[in-house]
Design a protein around this ligand. Sequence first.
Ligand SMILES: [Zn+2]
Ligand SMILES: [Zn+2]
Length: 359
Amino acid sequence: MQTNEELTPTGSKHTFYVAPGVWGLKTVLVNLYFIAGEAVADETTPWVLVDAGLYGSAGKIKQAAEELFGKYNWPKAILLTHGHFDHVGALKELAIEWDVPVYTHRMELPYLTGLSSYPPPDPSVGGGGMSYLSFMYPKKPIDITSNIELLPDDGTIPGLPDWHWLETPGHTPGHVSFFRERDRVLLAGDAFVTRHGESMLAVITQKQEVHGPPAYFTPDWTRAQRSVEKLANLQPNVAATGHGLPMQGRELREQLNALTRNFREMAVPAHGRYVAQPAIANEQGVVMVPPPVKNPVATPLLAAGILSATGIALLLWNKQRNKAEARKKVLYHNRPTSGAPFAVTIEEDNPNAYTNNYP
Ligand SMILES: [Zn+2]
Ligand SMILES: [Zn+2]
């Protein structure tokens, strides 16, 4: 048996070390995290998964879990910071196979129960290839109604007594972050990130730097700013986010404070669909989005973006996803939904019947 302090900093072959009992795994563009619920990590340690990566990454996630916690030690739960496609790609497959609850915030439910699409991404914010390509990102909500549970109102997290969750909306309506007070470890999802969120180059080089939430996917900047202030006030020692490598100590706190002080200049795009007014959402999903703005990105740049390696990879990935979906058998199980404020019926054959259809 090893204590977390004795574990190698890398934790396993595929994960990266964040803090005692916390490891991250990068799936192409996005991180997810493993948290041990006790001071030891072995084949009996209870643990939870935070977020679920890109579609097609279930095998990689299971392999990393096995290296950390053994083959037959499945997690007690999956926690979601939010339901964007790059954080829930392998969610359905894992939740069904492990038969575990998926904890989320009430305001995030519509996007996880097939009820509503997120506000459309805004490629007009500019800033780099990740933005230019954002019009191609999957928009339809997933449906994991059978496994979904609400995070407890008192801020606690089932199975993780040392941790609590905080509301950090703005990037999405029900975005949450997770914090361990004892050693001030923060998992911030996309409330802020530790690499440039829009630049393709930063994705490749992984330069560590505190940035605001990915701009093309953030439809409420006033709330996003308040959330960053809230997280900066926690004075975290370590922050691990949805995109980029973990940061720690003075560098983290100074950059986070600078982002808080200069949020408008550093995080909010100079122009964009959601800059003047936010998208509005309620517990049923998105009810209003501002009209699209003219995309100021030059056409050649856009074409170059589409032809980039990531563009091609995304196309292939979508194709593979559609094929896999078509092949997949529907799996049923009997977990009762607790805490969901409404029941959702989905017309499988008509995707427009249950998603918002935005201009
Ligand atoms: Zn996101
Ligand atoms: Zn993300």
